[in-house]
Design a protein around this ligand. Structure first.
Ligand code: DGT
Ligand code: CA
Ligand code: CA
Length: 567
């Protein structure tokens, strides 16, 4: 899978064009990069099957971007990029990932201090050299260091939203082997954790050798790290490590329980087994030498006097006690979800038309979507002002007649200004069905006060990506979350579970706090193209990790109830 590499190169071209003050084009490259990064299919196989024409079908990819991708797939290089990079031979993608580092600053630091990498930058900060450059200060040095350690911590992990297509491709290949009797993805992927360190796959078979031999030769495998009779590890072209474990069918349940983890959950469960005079391992639940249970997880938990906790809850954060008391909540299910409350289109920075988005959601079985475009002051091309917003309301009325079977709600993703007011007037917001409001700039201001002020605005329904975290890029801004929850409750404002792969915001911990405080939540994929409809799966996973039941989520309401709630 070359998607990540291609995306990185396109993003770099975008950055370099931005440096030259080229208008709009940088943006087109970045948009294409985002679309490719989140494709469910490998660009190289798209190219193999359909050539340049296939590439151009990817949303946001036109002739010239398609040609650059083709050049890379054929030669491993993009001449244009190589030439430009001679003047700025630095790791642009890595450096611009640091908070406050735009491409112009990257250039400045290269010219003045020969900073080429994050390691160079760190050294320069340690030597107090950055603060002496115009446009930087002591404060920016501090922020950069903070951001670097956050990036380092989260960068090695892959957002789960990007993992699914890769994993399902592997599972599909494995399922084609007739020797595979049963297969599951275990580990953090099964637990739907926001980010994944490596992928763990469990297979039951009578013929481990055939499974191992085929697995290590699969399409997409770059390197075999280890190959044994019962366990192997490979590195995929995408950089992801996959561990596979092969076992006989009769211990499938205990092995799945073990490899699902989390480690903390497993240790707690093993202690319960010990207290009952049993021993639990990946090979089964034993009393002395006698196997009591091993075929299914349910059977094992039952013998321990517990309910079987859904994998998403297995973090030892209260699920063990709840399972023992038989009081596990009924978590929200994919079939409960009726709509997506955060969707973009071509009107702002998305790559598909409203009609295309509506059709894609309809096909996926949804009853409604809210079109929530960026507004006013946000520094991206095509943010909507009041005039275009009203024009869109009229347009949506029209499209609603053209696409029956799904309702398109008019909305926006309005910016919360530093003073807590939205950057679109209330007179306009009042005319929309649903308003998401989010902080997009000025992260160092008092965000608690600012967000509370926004929640008190009766026209604002949902606070978008409430903590501002960007996985691998930006740490969450500081918030007094208890105060946020109080204000959300009293103002009847929902908090978003934004499940765009690099956001996943709110995260597990905050969602659970919101559920405990009975604050309403709203899943939004932040979809920017029809390919992003599938991000809902990780949003539901995340909601489940935070103990959400059907009643905790706006998305499970019928359109009538939702509209009433918003009013
Ligand atoms: P990750 O890969 O960092 O996203 O997180 P996990 O949970 O997938 O962790 P991983 O891949 O190291 O191990 C997969 C599962 O195997 C883990 O969830 C539980 C089990 N496991 C691994 N090491 C241990 C261990 O030392 N003790 C126990 N009880 N279980 C373990
Ligand atoms: Ca893992
Ligand atoms: Ca592993």
């Amino acid at each position: 899978m070359k998607n990540k590499q291609v995306a990185k190169l396109l993003r770099e071209i975008g950055d370099l064009l931005e440096l030259r003050d080229v208008k709009f084009k940088p943006y087109a490259y970045k948009k294409a990069a985002m679309a490719i990064e989140s494709l469910s299919k490998d660009v190289s196989s798209i190219y193999k099957e359909e050539g340049l024409k296939g590439l151009k079908k990817i949303s946001g990819v036109g002739q010239s971007i398609a040609e650059k991708i083709e050049e890379f797939l054929k030669t491993g290089k993009i001449k244009y990029l190589e030439k430009e990079k001679k003047e700025l031979p630095v790791d642009i993608d890595e450096l611009t990932a640091i908070e406050g580092m735009g491409v112009k600053k990257v250039q400045k630091l290269y010219k003045k201090l020969k900073v080429k990498s994050v390691a160079d930058l760190k050294k320069a900060i340690k030597q107090k050299k950055i603060r002496r450059i115009a446009g930087f200060g002591e404060k920016s040095e501090e922020r950069m260091l903070e951001s670097m350690s956050f990036v380092k911590k989260t960068k090695k992990r892959m957002p789960i939203g990007y993992i699914f297509p890769i994993v399902s491709d592997l599972v599909k290949q494995l399922k084609q082997l007739k020797q595979v009797q049963k297969i599951d993805v275990a580990g953090s992927v099964r637990r739907m954790k926001e980010t994944v360190g490596d992928v763990d796959i469990l297979v039951a078979t009578k013929n481990p050798k055939v499974v191992m031999d085929s697995f290590t030769k699969f399409k997409g495998v770059k390197r075999v790290i280890a190959k044994g009779a019962t366990r192997s590890s490979v590195r995929l072209e995408t950089g992801i490590q996959v561990d596979i474990r092969v076992i006989p069918l009769n211990i499938y349940g205990s092995a799945l329980q073990y490899f699902t983890g989390s480690k903390a959950h497993s240790i707690a469960v093993r202690k319960i087994a010990m207290k009952k005079g049993y021993k639990l391992s990946e090979y089964g639940l034993f009393k002395g030498k006698k196997v009591i249970a091993s075929r299914t997880e349910e059977e094992i938990y039952r013998k321990l006097g517990m309910q079987c906790p859904p994998p998403e809850l297995r973090e030892d954060t209260g699920e063990i006690e709840a399972a023992q008391k038989k009081k596990l909540p009924t978590l929200v299910n994919p079939k409960d979800i009726k709509g997506d409350l955060h969707v973009h289109s071509k009107w702002s920075d998305g790559t598909n038309t409203i009609k295309e988005m509506a059709q894609a959601y309809k096909k996926a079985g949804y009853k409604y979507i809210a079109i929530t475009e960026h507004t006013g002051s946000l520094k991206i091309a095509k943010a909507l002002d009041s005039k275009r917003l009203l024009k869109q309301v009229a347009e949506i009325k029209k499209i609603n007649r053209q696409v029956p079977g799904i309702r398109i709600l008019s909305g926006c993703e309005v910016n919360i200004k530093a003073d807590g007011n939205p950057d679109i007037s209330d007179k306009i917001l009042k005319q929309l069905d649903i308003v998401v409001a989010a902080v997009h700039s000025g992260f160092r201001s008092n965000n608690t006060k600012r967000i509370i002020k926004a929640m008190e605005n009766p026209n604002i329904d949902i606070i978008g990506h409430p903590t501002g975290v960007l996985i691998g890029k930006r740490a969450p801004y500081s918030l007094n979350f208890d105060n946020i929850l109080d204000a959300a409750k009293s103002s009847k404002t929902a908090l978003e579970i934004n499940c765009f792969p690099t956001r996943m915001d709110l995260g597990t911990f905050h969602i659970k706090e919101a559920v405990d405080a009975k604050v309403m939540l709203a899943i939004g994929t932040d979809a920017h193209s029809v390919d992003h409809v599938r991000f809902m799966a990780s949003g539901i996973g995340l909601a489940r990790r935070g103990w959400c039941s059907k009643g905790n989520l706006l998305n499970t309401m019928t359109i009538e109830r939702l509209k009433k709630w918003a009013r």
